[in-house]
Design a protein. Structure first.
Lengths: 118, 275
């Protein structure tokens, strides 16, 4: 598979999965309590901590509508990140284009830094 | 704000944004503030939805091989730094300043669209050494004219730093700043219009993520408010794209110019009068 197809499918899968997770969260909430209102916030966490807490809840099967909302947002935020990560490896190991490996590596490190902000 | 209000406003923003090609943020943020949402939260909510709309449309363009991935990767180095700086500035700036800036950006986009040049794209005569070193060339099949368009990007040494400014505005105001990015690709780097638009779309996803992470760290991403906006904007953009093919370019431009002017003046006045 070439880089264009790979990047295209990553973006499409990420957005569709995110939208599906958010929709499940809202439908479930509505069926459960008859309201679409959620009152929870993400405070004092960077993205990776938010992701870890979401994954932990998923692993412990603590499924709740708000978990689906969090998963939807996490998947959406991971989509461009995974796209850059994949491009980095593609440039490095498939195309052996060191110039663009370096450029993509810079973008990846800036993104990683920003996702660690708190 | 209730789910229904957020969802409906976002559908409208996504719809108009997709039809105009400018994304949903420029419509979404002014309207959300009209419904009483704090402008900083509106910016934070909007920038998350920008990831969804840009990634959704970029996915198709990349697979169609219209987007130039190398141009995108090179310019992302600049926009990402700009977006981080912009979002950090928003956190500490006064709300009135943000209203005024938003109004100025909307009205500048209005002027740019109003005076939109109708000149056809022409291949740059020669590529500078830096752009050649960056391998900024490519080709794509233009189905509308049944032709393979071959192009070479130029003046990357200028395009890069200018994209820092585009990223700054994107992070600062929670928008994609697509119009500005397209203008840089088009006028400075000599890329064909379709390559400019689609490559800008790809870059916007990463720029928006950088901005989002700053707002997330500041505790401004409220899932209950963000999720309906993501769903609404994506749904509205999907419908807008479907309708776009049935409307003439002229009709779309007129509708959008009107909306942009009203919102631009409204934001500017609210900033100046402190409403």
């Amino acid at each position: 598979m070439d880089m264009e197809s790979l990047v295209g499918y990553i973006l499409l899968t990420g957005v569709l999965l995110s939208v599906a997770l958010l929709a499940v969260g809202f439908v479930w909430r509505w069926l459960r309590v008859g309201s679409l209102r959620f009152e929870h916030s993400i405070v004092g966490m960077n993205f990776f901590e938010f992701l870890l807490s979401t994954l932990r809840q998923t692993a412990s099967q603590a499924f709740r509508p708000r978990l689906f909302l969090n998963m939807g947002i996490a998947v959406l935020m991971l989509t461009p990140f995974v796209r850059v990560l994949t491009s980095f490896f593609y440039f490095a190991f498939v195309e052996h284009n060191w110039k663009y490996t370096l450029f993509t590596g810079f973008v990846l490190s800036m993104l990683t830094y920003s996702l660690f902000l708190r | 704000m209730s789910f229904h209000t957020l969802f409906l406003v976002s559908i409208a923003a996504g719809f108009v944004g997709a039809m105009s090609g400018m994304g949903g943020g420029v419509i979404l943020i002014p309207v959300l503030t009209l419904f009483g949402m704090d402008i900083k939260y509106a910016i934070a909510v909007s920038i998350v939805s920008v990831i969804a709309t840009s990634s959704g449309s970029a996915s198709a363009y990349v697979r169609d091989r219209i987007t130039n991935l190398k141009v995108g990767m090179f310019l992302e180095m600049f926009t990402i730094v700009g977006a981080l700086a912009g979002a950090a500035i928003t956190l500490v700036s006064g709300r009135r300043i943000l209203f005024i800036l938003f109004g100025v950006v909307l009205l500048s986009s209005w002027v740019a669209l109003f005076r939109q040049r109708k000149a056809t794209w022409r291949q740059a005569a020669r590529q500078d050494a830096f752009s050649r070193w960056l391998e900024l060339e490519g080709s794509y099949d233009d189905r509308s004219v049944n032709q393979t368009i071959v192009y070479r990007g130029v003046r990357a040494y200028l395009g890069g730093p200018l994209m820092f400014g585009a990223g700054l505005i994107a992070g600062l105001l929670g928008i994609g700043a697509g119009a500005l990015k397209v203008m840089i690709h088009d006028l400075v780097m000599g890329l064909p219009p379709k390559v400019s638009t689609t490559t800008s779309n790809l870059i916007i996803g990463v720029t928006a993520l950088a901005g989002t992470s700053v707002y997330l760290a500041a505790g401004m991403i409220d899932p209950g408010m963000t999720a309906p906006v993501i769903l609404g904007v994506v749904f509205g953009a999907f419908m807008g794209t479907r309708l776009l093919v049935r409307l003439t370019n002229e009709a779309v431009r007129h509708i959008f110019l009107g909306v942009l002017l009203v919102l631009g003046v409204e934001m500017l006045l609210r900033g100046l009068w402190g409403v």
